[in-house]
Design a protein around this ligand. Structure first.
Ligand SMILES: NC(=O)c1ccc[n+]([C@@H]2O[C@H](COP(=O)([O-])OP(=O)(O)OC[C@H]3O[C@@H](n4cnc5c(N)ncnc54)[C@H](O)[C@@H]3O)[C@@H](O)[C@H]2O)c1
Length: 271
């Protein structure tokens, strides 16, 4: 069943836990990797941008943590298996898997083509399926439980946003998959939860601001302001805002939680 912190040496809320973070070269994934490392986890920093992943791993090591970087495309089962095998060689086990890698594009629903649909669904939904399956199989074999945490989105609960039909469908899939996996994996002591961020300041948001400005015919400043206006806490979200809740879901403080999708939106979405 679930491993106790007293089983392993280390400090912090996730001492010595072996953790894989996908899409961790930048943005929210980088924030999660740094926060978990600060709380004592060993981090496999993975991404299709392997140079970026290496920089994050170096940053963790320079701060006194333990990290290693691997290329891992979440759409590719062979790459997932190869990265997981390398993680096991490095650390001997897997305790926590964070599905963070994701993409977005923006378009009117009537103009969406199949390539755009497939790009979003393959990374955001199929990627979570493939990675979680690999992680769950390993955790079941270890017989000591584990945690699977996915970065869904406010768009995984809130369909009424323009230009994001394909992205919304992919993130609703992540929330549904979280509940279904939690149901099946609970007997193995594996807890499965998700977080649903709002308007987070990352390179993804920078791209979206430009697309939305074009699609709505307003300035990029006006788009950014509309995000703040839609947020009761009245500021854009930071990667640290998301990472803190992921640390909670990785720690013993969430021992009695599974199948949840927690909003971290500054109040933008309350359901
Ligand atoms: N930024 C936001 O406002 C926001 C809000 C809610 C949810 N999210 C979700 O948070 C996650 C991270 O978003 P972000 O804003 O940090 O994005 P980002 O674009 O800044 O970073 C995403 C990272 O994922 C990597 N990546 C892309 N495709 C990949 C693949 N196939 N395999 C492995 N890595 C891949 C990229 O190289 C990049 O390093 C995504 O799942 C996104 O949908 C973002």
């Amino acid at each position: 069943m679930e491993q106790r912190s007293s089983d392993r040496k280390g400090h912090g809320l996730v001492p010595g836990r072996i953790c894989v973070v996908t899409g961790a070269a930048t943005g929210i994934g980088r924030g999660i990797a740094l926060a978990l490392a600060k709380e004592g986890a060993w981090i496999a920093v993975t991404d299709i941008n392997v140079e970026g992943a290496q920089l994050v791993a170096m940053e963790i090591e320079q701060a006194g943590g333990s990290a290693i970087a691997y290329r891992l495309d979440v759409r590719n089962r062979e790459e997932i298996d190869a990265a997981l095998a390398a993680v096991l060689e490095w650390s001997g086990r897997l305790d926590i898997w964070v599905n963070n890698a994701g993409v977005s594009t923006m378009n009117w629903f009537v103009d969406l083509d199949e390539d755009e649909w497939d790009f979003n669904m393959n990374t955001n939904a199929r990627g979570v399926f493939l990675c979680s399956q690999a992680a769950a199989r390993q955790m079941i074999a270890q017989r000591q439980g584990g945690r699977i945490i996915s970065v869904a989105s406010m768009a995984g609960k809130r369909g009424e946003a323009p230009f994001l039909a394909h992205y919304i469908a992919s993130k609703f899939a992540v929330v549904g998959l979280t509940q279904a996996m939690a149901t099946e994996l609970v007997s193995h002591g594996i807890l499965v939860n998700a977080v649903c961020p709002g308007y987070v300041q990352t390179s993804m948001q920078e791209r979206e601001v430009v697309w939305e400005s074009r699609l709505r015919g307003i300035s990029t400043e006006a788009v950014r302001q509309s995000y703040v206006d839609d947020t009761p806490l009245a500021r854009l979200e930071t990667t640290e805002d998301v990472a803190k809740v992921v640390v909670f879901l990785a720690s013993e403080y969430s021992d009695f939680m599974t199948g949840q999708a927690i909003n971290i939106t500054g109040g933008s979405w309350m359901h």
